[in-house]
Write a protein that binds this ligand. Structure first.
Ligand code: PMP
Ligand code: G9A
Length: 401
């Protein structure tokens, strides 16, 4: 008999699910598949020559230090660069309010680790970033979903939910939002909703986790205020990342927040990985200190603007009546809605048979809703692939309709 491990697992491992996106990435590795699935940056945007140059510089100027262990909080030079970076948006943070993490995925996990005991309540958007749901689920939290419209989480419904929970003696540990070009929907929350969100956290005695990897990637329109900037009461942790504005392979991101909370996250991080890679941090700090991050963001925005245009025109041209989609002013994703009776999961097989992939919308719902929705990524496919992929998808939809 083969030994069974079942009785040995922790309860969180027993209920953990694999990420649909991470699994999908393996499934669609075939070169003939056009992928609108993973939220991957365009590989053509990676500044390879500059990184090669800076890597040599790091080795020559501070090799032994960069190859040594570093502080858990992160490389002070990189944190100083990030303090300056924040200031351009009017966000005032000092060094003790900055933590470097291994991607903001680790930031989400740390947030879960410092706040969530088994069964603890929190509020998420419907839909919400799958990796956030996965992180919070790993702490066996209880998630309450609040629907979005084209302007992000609906504050009237949030208020209703908070009041309903309070009536039962439940106070959410935090409210998790992706306010800028949301993953998955691509929508952005305007400043008035952000202000209301802060008011509600004060009224109901909770905090906000603002997860904003896409904020810098605005192609058009006005940028609302960062939520952390509107907060005067220490009620916001903001997560940002180099993944979408530089390159994800460095696995570097940062959290800004009240000193006390950042300090708790530092302790939690110590048991995870001691520190984020000092070598990568030195590269990122040098890239920033040479003023290259602004330029890199401009390159990326130009590229993605073009790709978004291509996707919007192709959708316009090929999609049958009854299919609608968002028109994001930036970021990497748009969100498509099929007629109510259709199921994006059932459609997926037909799409894959046509060599095109997307992520089913239900994967982003903590309540299993959104079955007629899908997320389409436009940053990764090439300019040639986008119209062809949309045509293939439209063919699959028409056939299934
Ligand atoms: N949060 C959101 C909303 C994301 O979309 C992503 C990546 N897709 C992450 C966090 C994690 O990014 P990373 O770990 O690469 O910084
Ligand atoms: O899991 C990854 O590879 C990052 C992308 C996330 C996403 O597709 O939302």
């Amino acid at each position: 008999m083969v030994f069974s491990y079942e009785n040995l697992y922790s309860s969180s491992t027993a209920r953990a699910k694999r990420s649909e996106i991470r699994e999908l990435l393996k499934l669609i590795a075939r070169p003939e598949v056009i992928s609108f699935a993973g939220g991957l940056p365009a590989p053509a945007s990676f500044p390879l020559d500059k990184i090669a140059e800076i890597t040599r510089q790091v080795i020559e100027e501070s090799g032994p230090q960069a190859l040594q262990y570093g502080p858990t909080e992160g490389d002070p030079k990189l944190r100083e660069e990030l303090v300056k970076w924040a200031a351009k948006d009017g966000i005032e943070v000092d060094l003790e309010q900055v933590l470097i993490t291994n991607g903001s995925q680790q930031g989400l996990d740390l947030v879960g680790k410092i706040f969530l005991d088994v069964g603890d309540p929190l509020v998420v958007e419907l839909p919400s970033y799958i990796g956030g749901l996965q992180a919070f689920n790993s702490y066996q939290a209880t998630m309450y979903g609040v629907p979005q419209d084209d302007l992000g989480m609906r504050m009237d419904l949030l208020e209703e939910k908070l009041a309903e929970l309070k009536g039962k003696g439940i106070i959410p540990k935090f409210i998790y939002v992706v306010p800028d070009f949301q993953n998955p929907s691509g929508v952005t929350m305007p400043t008035d909703r952000r202000k209301r969100l802060i008011e509600l956290t004060m009224e109901y005695d909770t905090i906000v986790i603002e997860d904003s990897p896409y904020r810098e990637l605005r192609f058009e329109g006005e940028q609302p205020e960062p939520i952390i900037k509107l907060d005067k009461d220490g009620r916001v942790i903001t997560l940002s990342t180099f993944s979408k504005i530089f390159c994800p392979g460095l696995r570097l991101a940062w959290a800004f927040g009240p000193e006390e909370l950042i300090s708790k996250m530092v302790v939690a991080k110590q048991s995870m990985d001691l520190c984020s890679p000092p070598f990568n941090q030195a590269i990122a700090a040098t890239f920033m200190s040479q003023g290259l991050l602004h330029k890199q963001i401009d390159v990326i925005k130009e590229l993605y603007y073009k790709k978004r245009q291509l996707m919007l025109s192709a959708l316009e041209e090929h999609m049958p009546e009854g299919v609608s989609w968002t028109r994001p002013e930036g970021g990497l994703f748009l969100w498509a809605r099929l007629p109510e009776h259709m199921d994006a999961k059932e459609l997926f097989e037909e799409a894959i048979a046509n060599n095109v992939a997307y992520v089913v919308g239900s994967a982003f719902h903590c309540d299993e809703g959104g079955k007629n929705t899908m997320r389409l990524n436009f940053s990764y496919p090439s300019e040639e692939q986008i119209p062809e992929g949309v045509k293939r998808l439209a063919t699959a939809i028409k056939k299934t309709m």
